[in-house]
Design a protein around this ligand. Structure first.
Ligand code: MLT
Ligand code: ZN
Length: 462
């Protein structure tokens, strides 16, 4: 029996039967009670009706789903852990949602090559556990590790807290398997670290947000597992002082693995929602969280450098795991604390390092000009000039706030999306970061690989 509802009535006759044949009765979801968690992002900012949800088990089933949708001319939205922050994995209305969460295969860690293969639905936390058990580490990490999947991380070229040491997701990917828009499969999982045979299709898919193909598996680099860590939370006299410290840190701390910037409004929110005590006495102009990772204890080097840091007001240093986690909590709890206050206007931008202090100073004023009652919370990955701009009490002024912030970023030759992607949130502002020529080339690539426009329509391009 085919269960029809107001979502599925828009789907062409026969498609549901083909999808059922592709993934099995149990993994074609039509029941309206089962669909909402696939139809809304966790921040509550993006939602849309799914025609249905399919949950394939492997690449062959993904290919069968794509062939069925291509034949019917029905668009697809690919979804991983649904932790994205720009609406790229949420349907706009009526698409088939392709959930890759069942693609959880993990290969043994190949110690000789320093590589591992992972299905697109493997969560970051599961990948981390898997490679650590083999004495290795994965080079990307961020707070949503328990839900975010490696497929989604590849699709968005995810960054996070370790970019300064290992680069973003793109730098970890050595191969991929992907289903193209016509249902054909490209398999390039050999993991060659040098390969000069023309266009790099794997890298083309990284950061393409599911618009050029559906990544079903990845060949990933692993890095050494470094068990000795030292974390320091620095109270700095200004954002400028924090930014000025960075070249010194990079030169003198080869084991530097994270440098995170945040400010008093964020710490106040984190404290309100977590009950954490004040990290320092009184307000602090800028917080800088540093982590060093090495085979031997890096604390002496970090302590020496911290003691001499210009602009330092105070510092706390953690050399054991529990106190390190306690210091990280002030940074990692930002996203949840902000969401607990209400639905934010959430922007992710980057500017050249030298421009970061000026942007941090200007943004509250820029926002207040279009949303006077708004609260602006800034935090981010300071080495990459990557700022997460979260504006509370401004949902009604969403577009005006977005326009004002992104224009300020563009004036500083920055990027309107540093690590979250373009999604459905930012196509209207893409021209601020990409020239007309680049946009035309990007559209040509999209048109060549997905001529029917079936893969994640509305994502990246309006
Ligand atoms: C982070 O750095 O914590 C993430 O990018 C999430 C966010 O921006 O909220
Ligand atoms: Zn981030």
């Amino acid at each position: 029996m085919t269960l029809l509802n107001d979502r599925t009535v828009g789907l062409p006759a026969g498609l549901l039967e083909d999808l059922r044949a592709a993934v099995g009765e149990q993994h074609l979801l039509l029941d309206p009670d089962l669909l909402p968690s696939y139809e809304q992002d966790w921040t509550g900012r993006f939602s849309g009706r799914a025609g249905c949800v399919v949950r394939p088990a492997d690449t062959a089933q993904v290919a069968a789903v794509v062939r069925a949708c291509a034949a019917a001319g029905v668009p697809l939205v690919t979804q991983g852990g649904n932790t994205g922050l720009v609406g790229g994995g949420v349907p706009a209305g009526g698409e088939v949602v392709l959930s890759l969460r069942r693609l959880t295969a993990l290969s043994e860690v190949d110690r000789a090559a320093g590589q591992v293969s992972a299905g697109a639905g493997v969560t970051l936390a599961d990948l981390q556990r898997h490679v650590r058990a083999a004495g290795a580490e994965f080079g990307v990490d961020f707070a949503a590790r328990d839900s975010a999947t490696v497929g989604g991380m590849a699709a968005t070229n995810a960054g996070g807290i370790r970019v300064l040491r290992y680069g973003s997701m793109r730098a970890q990917v050595l191969g991929a398997e992907a289903v193209l828009a016509d249902g054909s499969v490209v398999t390039r999982m050999g993991g060659l670290t040098k390969d000069g045979t023309g266009y790099d299709l794997v890298q083309l898919l990284i950061g393409s947000e599911g618009t050029l193909g559906i990544v079903t598996a990845l060949r990933l680099k692993v890095v050494p597992l470094l068990r000795s860590s030292c974390v320091a939370l620095l109270a700095m006299g200004s954002t400028q002082a924090a930014v000025d410290l960075l070249p010194v840190l990079r030169e003198r701390l080869p084991h530097l693995a994270a440098a995170e910037l945040f400010h008093e409004p964020g710490v106040q929110l984190v404290r309100r929602h977590s009950g954490l005590p004040a990290p320092f006495e009184g307000d602090v102009p800028a917080y800088l969280l540093l982590e060093c990772l090495d085979r031997t204890d890096p604390s002496e080097d970090l302590l020496e450098l911290v003691a001499q840091a210009d602009g330092l007001l105070d510092a706390r240093v953690a050399t054991d795991a529990a106190s390190a986690r306690a210091l990280w909590a002030y940074r990692e709890a930002h996203t949840e604390a902000i969401n607990a206050e209400g639905v934010p206007v959430k922007l992710d931008v980057s500017v050249p390092a030298a421009a970061l202090p000026g942007l941090v100073e200007q943004l509250p004023t820029v926002v207040a000009a279009v949303a006077p009652a708004a609260r602006t919370v800034l935090f981010g990955h300071v080495n990459e000039g990557n700022l997460h701009v979260n504006v509370l009490d401004a949902v009604e002024a969403h577009d005006a706030v977005t326009e004002a912030v992104l224009q300020a970023v563009a004036q500083r030759a920055g990027s309107i999306s540093s690590e979250h992607g373009v999604g459905r949130a930012k196509p209207a502002w893409l021209h601020l970061s990409r020239s007309t020529t680049e946009l035309a080339a990007m559209r040509a690539v999209k048109g060549a690989l997905d001529p029917q426009g079936l893969l994640n329509p509305g994502v990246i391009f309006a």
